[in-house]
Design a protein around this ligand. Sequence first.
Ligand code: CA
Ligand code: CA
Ligand code: CA
Ligand code: CA
Length: 489
Amino acid sequence: MKINLITVLLLVGVPLIVSGPSALAHTDVTAEQALNLIDSTHDLIIVDVRELSEYCDTKGHIPGALNYPFISGVFQVRYGELPIDGPVLVVCGSGGRSNRAADFLDSEGFSMVYDMLGGMRVWTWETEPCDDPDSKYGGGTGEPNDPYQIATAEDLMLLGESPDDYDKHFILTADIDLGPNLPGGQVFDRAVMAPDTNDVEPDFQGISFTGVFDGNGHMISNLQIQGSGYIGLFGQLGSGAEISNLGLEAVDVNGIDDYVGGLVGRNVSGSVSNCYSTGAVSGDWCVGGLVGYNIGSIIASYSTVMVIGEEYVGGLVGWNGLSLVTPPDAPGTILNCYSTGTVSGNILTGGLVGYNDAGDVSGSFWDIQMSGQAESSGGTGKTTAEIQTASTFLDAGWDFMDETENGTEDIWSICEGTNYPRFVWQIAAGDFVCPDGITIDDFSFFLEFWLDNNCDLSNDYCQGTDLDQSGTVDVNDLEILLENWSVHD
Ligand SMILES: [Ca+2]
Ligand SMILES: [Ca+2]
Ligand SMILES: [Ca+2]
Ligand SMILES: [Ca+2]
């Protein structure tokens, strides 16, 4: 039977390679032996001979493996780049192509070739994906409909180092911690993005940020800067810049010069909306908790930052209005903002705005008690009790949840008497009732709906307690609640 089969194969012209072990120069290894080889042989070259689409598929390839596809002939062109006397491990999908590639190397005189039996099909250890040469940051193309995704501190720092991208579109896809004590972290000596690149020359040298940066309801925390002037997350915003939906938590920004803010040092005709900052900021002239100097627009934003400066010092903005240097197209605008941080300065210092030079400040407030400032060059001063009262803001047209008169975008929410207004996107899943944060009060509220199985859109999924919107308030929702509880403890 066996003889007959071979005879038939010979008759139909299928070549049979009949060779004993002595004729094979290369060594067959199992996947496990290959793993040991990789671990123990520092100069081992791994060559994956699959096609590129397989090498880059979801399972990936052995870390560090070269890709010389055998079927498409790349291997046969590039094998000369491999060391003829060095250890070379060839791998493929299931062992067929790597065997042919190993035979090929044998015939070319390679002396230390290993062939992994079974291929990647039986490789169960670490793999790595392909780098997409066209992708930057966490993905995206930087276009309005496909913004670059910023997911890590590395992405953010890469953006800072890429002035060519300052006019592109970006979106944050995760919270980012810039803490200097984290691996790869640093105390910055200038703005993370759009910095003044020459501290010695007066005025701004560098490229302004003119793109769109959507924080997407995420926060950047622990930004620390020890620098000169034009500092903040952004050094300078130019025409067309839009920064929105971004929280800056626990900034520590210190400049010995002018134009210092938590978010932006100097805003020249850019727009900032739905942003907030917390932490501490200090500088010389034009120092603000959110923006140092503003001749653009700041809308629906707040700061709790402690601000220290010399001149033009404000809880939200140091200088607002007309340009110090050249006349802008329109004076700076501040609409529906507030600040609560302690403010101290020597000249032209104010609770919300240090100095407003013909700019437009409306519907905006500061906390007289918390700031230690009875005056401000713009905005309306309120006691802590007043600024923790919804009507203060509703009367000024702020768009809150649970009202439609001021709009249906529903930007703000407030726990009256215990907190200031917050963005709806700041409220964690599971924070159902006041006070802010997930506490026993929220848990009690949750228990009122326990095992309710009539949750749907009409009752706002049992007033939010059906957290996974499954229709029932059950143990899955409890798990989500408890997860957030620990995060926001
Ligand atoms: Ca300069
Ligand atoms: Ca509303
Ligand atoms: Ca709560
Ligand atoms: Ca549920």
